[in-house]
Design a protein around this ligand. Structure first.
Ligand code: 16G
Ligand code: MG
Length: 551
């Protein structure tokens, strides 16, 4: 079943397509022109439209040459690099997103962000019609397309791929790509390149949604394809309404228990801070103090990644905040400060829950979680969400209707209503720091737990994460959801021997999907032991693969 069918997608109402962009500089205007009507017989039309398509592509591609020496890969979550190198890549991803929209006859998303990376970087990724990440079988095409050396090669690649994937490019197709970007200064000119790429495929429209969080864009794509209202205000409305509903159903005994209604949020000086300012105005039961709203440098000494990796409080937080609940978002607001390591796995297993591992990356977790009625996924770095299957939600709606007629306002019905509200509060398309934050607040209130009580459920194991520069990170091949290294031969045995020296020690290495490094992660019984294990294994990595600098 293709994606459009599986989500019951409805084809959007699409305005006239732009036609034949002309370029005078690399940033040209995207004002749509109406396609002229040419009256020919069917075969002639097909040929004529193909030629139009070819010439549009050749012409626009010549405006976005690949900078010499640049070779990028789609990676774990799209392309990322210094923004000055990305214009051509973003243009090509625009083409790819348009082709995906034509193929699936659905709305697709294109997000320009480099998340937690430094402000001078940027990146681009595609949201599939389901609202999730781009289908993995399109990733090799993303790589070859973005690295095509000249317009003719690019055209040939598109032609071959369109044939293989049965994407109709005769000009009679329609499509729409929603375009979002974070607050990086380079976002605006890269969005122009994306528009040119999108509109280079005839019949496809680029809808610029402006500055938004990554989860907002994914949510909009999903909602549009489900035929639901999908504006930014609809998003705030859904989150605030479901949060209010959860507040209404707090068990009576716990209503006044959690005295402190304030939470302080570090917005990473990115898009999350400014958008949270809008959302918070709609929430009456919670007071959110947003810091690092964009007045400092994005991700510099702030944000979820900084807090998790450096284990330091972010800028603008100090002794006066001790005792308050605090949270950090990342640069595009799809992460909420770290909440998982080996100790949480152990705790969940003790509760009798099934715990499954996947390789690193939202796309793998999301896919696995969608196999369950309720699948909760999370990464140690703060990505995660909860997925409810369509069939479970359908059953729950039915159960709720049944209870309305037999036992309205019973505890059972309140439980059903709560679950339904959770399924609307938590972003079903992708991990979302806003919905994660609000759900945590609702659960603490529901349970009548203070932050201290919550913190006492289990104790995180001390851990350390390091990165090591190596000659070629692709030389590291892992298996079993990245828990075992199979290449280079001998390194896993050396890691095992080192780890065995530490009580409760665990250590994994893997090539990063976003940086040219090998990541080393270690856990042990004390911070000193975790640091020491991580350092020893980093030395091993350097000996096996590196420049041998850590002697
Ligand atoms: C990206 C991924 C994230 C993964 C991280 C690993 C998405 C939206 N994000 O941020 O899931 O944990 O890369 O990066 O897919 P690393 O391989 O450099 O550690
Ligand atoms: Mg992010």
């Amino acid at each position: 079943m293709d994606v459009a069918q599986s989500i019951g997608g409805q084809f959007p109402n699409i305005p006239p397509a732009p036609f034949s962009p002309s370029c005078t500089s690399s940033h040209f205007s995207a004002s749509p022109k109406v396609r002229p009507y040419i009256k020919l017989d069917v075969n002639q039309t097909r040929k004529q439209m193909n030629e139009q398509q070819r010439s549009i592509l050749l012409h626009s591609a010549s405006c976005f040459p690949l900078p010499p020496g640049v070779k990028l890969s789609y990676g774990t979550a799209g392309f990322r690099a210094d923004a000055s190198l990305l214009e051509s890549t973003v243009f090509r991803v625009g083409i790819l997103a348009a082709l995906r929209s034509v193929q699936t006859r659905s709305v697709v998303g294109l997000m320009i962000t480099a998340s937690h990376n430094q402000a001078s970087d940027n990146g681009v990724k595609v949201a599939d019609p389901s609202g999730g990440m781009l289908s993995q079988h399109w990733e090799p095409f993303a790589d070859t397309l973005s690295n095509a050396g000249d317009p003719n090669t690019l055209l040939q690649l598109i032609d071959d791929f369109a044939k293989k994937e049965k994407i109709p490019l005769e000009g009679a197709s329609e499509g729409e790509v929603l375009l979002g970007r974070d607050t990086r200064p380079s976002g605006e000119f890269l969005a122009e390149a994306a528009k040119q790429g999108i509109t280079s495929i005839m019949g496809v429209n680029a809808t610029d949604m402006g500055v938004m969080t990554t989860p907002q864009l994914h949510w909009m794509v999903r909602s549009r394809n489900k035929g639901m209202e999908a504006s930014e205000n609809n998003y705030y409305d859904q989150l605030s309404t479901s949060f209010r509903c959860l507040m209404e159903y707090i068990p009576k005994g716990n209503r006044n228990f959690n005295v402190n209604d304030k939470v302080i949020v570090d917005g990473a000086d990115g898009v999350g801070g400014e958008k949270l300012e809008i959302l918070k105005k709609l929430l009456s039961d919670l007071s959110i103090d947003v810091r690092n709203r964009g007045d400092g440098v994005l991700n510099e000494g702030v944000g979820a990644d900084f807090v998790q990796k450096e284990k330091i409080i972010p800028r603008s937080f100090g002794p006066a905040d001790v005792g308050f609940r605090c949270a950090s978002l990342d640069g595009d607001a799809d992460r909420l400060t770290a909440y998982a390591n080996g100790a949480s796995t152990y705790y969940l297993k003790q509760l009798g829950l099934e715990v499954v591992f996947t390789p690193t990356g939202v796309k793998y977790l999301h896919e696995k979680a969608s196999e369950y009625d309720i699948g909760i996924y999370f990464e140690a770095n703060g990505h995660g969400t909860i997925l409810f299957s369509e069939s479970f939600l359908c059953w729950l709606e039915g159960r709720n209707n049944e209870l309305t007629s037999t036992s309205k306002c019973s505890e059972q019905q309140e439980a059903a209503l709560r679950l339904l509200a959770v399924s609307k509060l938590i972003n079903q398309a992708v991990g979302d720091s806003f919905s994660g934050l609000l759900l945590v607040e609702a659960i603490l209130k529901h349970m009548g737990w203070s932050m201290f009580k919550w913190n006492e459920l289990y104790h995180d194991l001390p851990s350390r994460q390091l990165k090591v520069k190596v000659v070629d990170r692709t030389a590291v091949i892992t298996a079993n959801a990245e828990t075992v290294v199979v290449r280079p031969i001998g390194i896993q045995e050396a890691i095992n021997a080192e780890t065995a020296k530490y009580p409760h020690g665990r250590c994994f290495i893997r090539p990063s999907g976003t940086e040219d490094v090998i990541r080393v992660y270690a856990e042990a019984i004390s911070q000193e032991a975790a640091d020491s294990l991580a350092n020893s294994v980093a030395t091993l990595v350097d000996q096996f693969l590196g420049f041998n600098t850590t002697k």
